[in-house]
Ligand binder design. Structure first.
Ligand SMILES: [Zn+2]
Length: 294
């Protein structure tokens, strides 16, 4: 597998459930009822994911070996693919201005390909406990690289669309971040970002088919910081956390909402970036094994 490294075209063709068009939703007056359900689901998410794991066949989601949801060899590959977190914003047009200035620095644990892409996709569909452990560890490594030694940081997960939440019964980003934060003593998770329900344009075909401008327009105004409830971000240094970085429109919108609420947005962290660090990237590190290849 490693001799075939660097085939972003192949891995990018995988369908990401978050990039699909939202399902038609019932009338808005149900939203109160829905948010109660979502809060309840939040509490139950861990348990639900564990139960789901029992219902899913225990073949390795990457290679099919009859072992566990993730065999030892593939788990090792994921460690290798995420060993050197890198700066990924230069591959995300919504995070750079036209002069090439960085609007929001983002650290990615790895490139969205091979076992990392397969494991993440499977986790988003089925929520296997074992994948959560492996991927959460990779995410924790990227958070460590991004947070550095500075003053205390609050990690803010991007909200899942309620349609995706209702389909899955759990939020992959929240689960992965909860797992990662167990390995990050002193770094707190502040779950304050919510969807406003105002998703700019309702277009068919999902976000993948949209050009940069249309996609940015679609997410603008779609998030806000909830005024009541757990945690505050005003005056706090925050890092936004998401699973996959593509155009960066989602992170840009999260940053806008946090700024508006008075947070100090230090940057973003993602588990995987669809584009590898390239020659033009302001990358902190290009993966060691790429340099070693003949
Ligand atoms: Zn395997």
């Amino acid at each position: 597998m490693s001799s075939k490294a660097g085939l972003p075209g192949r891995s990018r063709s995988r369908a990401d459930p978050d990039l699909l068009a939202p399902a038609p939703r019932p009338a808005r007056h149900r939203s109160d009822h829905q948010s109660t359900l979502l809060r309840f689901a939040d509490q139950m998410a861990g348990a639900a994911a564990d139960l789901l794991a029992l219902a899913v066949p225990v073949d390795c989601v990457c290679c099919g070996a009859e072992d566990r949801a993730l065999c030892t060899a593939c788990e090792r590959h994921i460690r290798r693919l995420t060993r050197e977190p890198f700066r990924a914003e230069s591959g995300a047009p919504a995070l750079m201005d036209i002069r090439g200035t960085v609007l929001l620095p983002v650290v990615a644990a790895g490139v969205y390909r091979e076992e990392l892409a397969q494991a993440l996709l499977s986790f988003k569909r089925h929520g296997q406990h074992q994948l959560k452990t492996a991927l959460g560890r990779s995410l924790a490594g990227a958070v460590r690289a991004a947070a550095g030694e500075g003053p205390s940081i609050a990690l803010v997960p991007v909200p899942t669309s309620s349609a995706a939440y209702m389909n899955r019964g759990f939020s992959p980003v929240h689960l992965l971040l909860a797992e990662a934060s167990r390995q990050l003593p002193g770094i707190g998770v502040v779950n304050v970002l919510v969807k406003t329900g105002k998703e700019g344009l309702r277009l068919t075909g999902g976000q993948k088919g949209l050009d940069r401008g249309a996609r940015a327009k679609r997410v603008r105004g779609s998030m806000e910081v909830r005024r009541r409830g757990q945690g505050r971000v005003e005056g706090r240094r925050c890092i936004i956390v998401d699973d996959v970085l593509t155009t960066g429109a989602t992170l840009a919108e999260a940053a806008r909402a946090l700024h508006q609420a008075g947070a100090i947005v230090a940057g973003g962290v993602v588990l995987a970036a669809t584009r590898p660090p390239d020659a033009g990237g302001g990358g902190a590190a290009s993966p060691e094994d790429q340099r070693k290849q003949p």
